[in-house]
Design a protein around this ligand. Structure first.
Ligand code: LLP
Length: 412
């Protein structure tokens, strides 16, 4: 969002007008910001056979998926439902990569029936796959390289105690199953963690994958997962994708030579593509002066944006209704009956009842992790594209809370 003539805007549209039209709380996404991020990755990895598979879990709205599709970005999905949403958005099955963890073999078979790319993350699943599909299909394998990296303990997923992937120390067991059933392994996959600010983490992972890759004869791609760190506040250290692109290019091309074949290089960015493109716009219900702090109580909370509570995540907050007001310190909290602090001790332009507050970096893992806790309704979603703001998801209504409830009759 930009401040233009005392008004905060996206693509020339005033955010306050958008709130008037669609109401609050409201998720709003700037499509141009997403397109720029796609382009920046393509520039950073130019000269490499790059395939982007957007991690749909970050923001799964079908209109966002369609936007990705329009840019020849594929998708990474982790549930059969995400896969079906991808198909509804118009993706061909071969553009969809299924990388679930701990799913039943039945769900895997449903995915196989859809014709999407299959990713396997445990040895029993590999065995099942080998028994039934080795002669018909290929799959990829998620490896756990034993690397501790990621912005918060909860989003570090490639250490030795992590549930994700097959441990690199079990490579001989993998090979035994692969050879036994003659399974064609089309790709090796890792996702090390989220908020990986250090480009070297990707290079360490690459070295491990490249060594392992020499054991597989039918590879088409190496998939490095997602995890690029974006800026959550001014001055934040982010992944230097250009440095990464340059270093990885040399390592990757050398690996392809060693392997004897040119492979594709895949990434599955979630946050990088959509985090900064999204805002959660909320309204100030109450400005409450307590003895030690002034609370701004808004019409939202951890039910709509759980990241501050779940990962101690910092989200920048701006009072968009009073850009010229004097700065004061506030603690912005939600209306949920929990300590749902969205931002503590923030300098904001003076906040008055009714002011619209923008919570930044809400594009990734905002709406997609929202809930109905406290029987609150989920917000509407709006996308701004080609200078127009359009509703891409209706605000929930009471009916949505009750539609699946069955009031059991114990008398009959
Ligand atoms: N690929 C796989 C297999 C993943 O599990 C994930 C994220 C990604 C790609 C995308 O990662 P990203 O580029 O968005 O960092 N809810 C947490 C993040 C959890 C990420 C889970 N997996 C958060 O809000 O920080």
């Amino acid at each position: 969002m930009q401040l233009v003539n005392h008004h905060y805007q996206i693509q020339g549209l005033n955010l306050e007008d958008i709130c008037q039209e669609f109401g609050t709380p409201l998720y709003i996404y700037d499509a141009d910001a997403i397109l720029e991020k796609i382009q920046s990755l393509r520039t950073a990895f130019s000269g490499l056979p790059l395939r982007l598979k957007y991690a749909a879990k970050a923001l799964t709205n079908i209109s966002i998926l369609k936007l990705m599709k329009s840019q020849q970005v594929g998708i990474d999905v982790v549930s059969i439902q995400e896969a079906r949403l991808g198909l509804m958005a118009g993706f061909a099955p071969e553009e969809i990569m299924f990388t679930p963890n701990g799913v039943s073999f039945q769900e895997m078979q449903e995915a196989i029936e859809l014709g999407i790319n299959i990713g396997i993350d445990n040895l029993p699943m590999l065995e099942h796959f080998g028994q039934l599909y080795a002669d018909k299909l290929s799959c990829s394998l998620r490896l756990n390289p034993h690397i501790v990296a990621g912005g918060h303990a909860k989003i570090q997923v490639a250490h030795i105690n992590s549930k994700f992937g097959i441990s690199i120390s079990q490579l001989s067991q993998i090979l035994e199953i692969v050879n036994n059933y003659q399974i064609k392994i089309a790709g090796l996959h890792v996702h090390t963690g989220s908020d990986l600010k250090d480009a070297d983490v990707f290079l360490q992972t690459a070295a491990i994958l490249f060594d392992a890759a020499m054991q597989f004869k039918h590879l088409r791609f190496i998939n490095f997962g997602g995890g690029f760190k974006v800026a959550y506040k001014k001055g934040d250290h982010t992944t230097n994708i250009h440095e990464l692109g340059a270093k990885l290019k040399d390592a990757f091309l050398a690996f392809c030579e060693r392997y004897g074949k040119n492979l594709e290089i895949w990434f599955e960015p979630g946050k990088f593509l959509v985090s900064e493109a999204g805002l959660l716009l909320v309204k100030t219900n109450v400005v409450k002066k307590a003895p030690t702090t002034v609370f701004v109580q808004v019409d939202s909370g951890m039910n709509h944006l759980i990241r501050p509570m779940m990962y101690d995540a910092y989200h920048d907050i701006v009072n968009i209704s009073n850009p010229d007001g004097p700065q004061q310190e506030y603690t912005v909290v939600g209306y949920i009956c929990e300590t749902d602090t969205l931002g503590a001790n923030r300098e904001l332009n003076e906040v008055r009842e009714g002011d619209i507050i923008a919570i930044k970096n809400a594009g990734a893992y905002g709406f997609s992790m929202s809930s109905n806790y406290n029987s609150r309704l989920r917000p509407a979603e709006v996308m701004v594209y080609k200078g127009q703001a359009k509703l891409i998801r209706k605000r929930e209504e009471l009916e949505d809370l009750i539609k699946n409830q069955v009031v059991a009759d114990w008398e009959s």
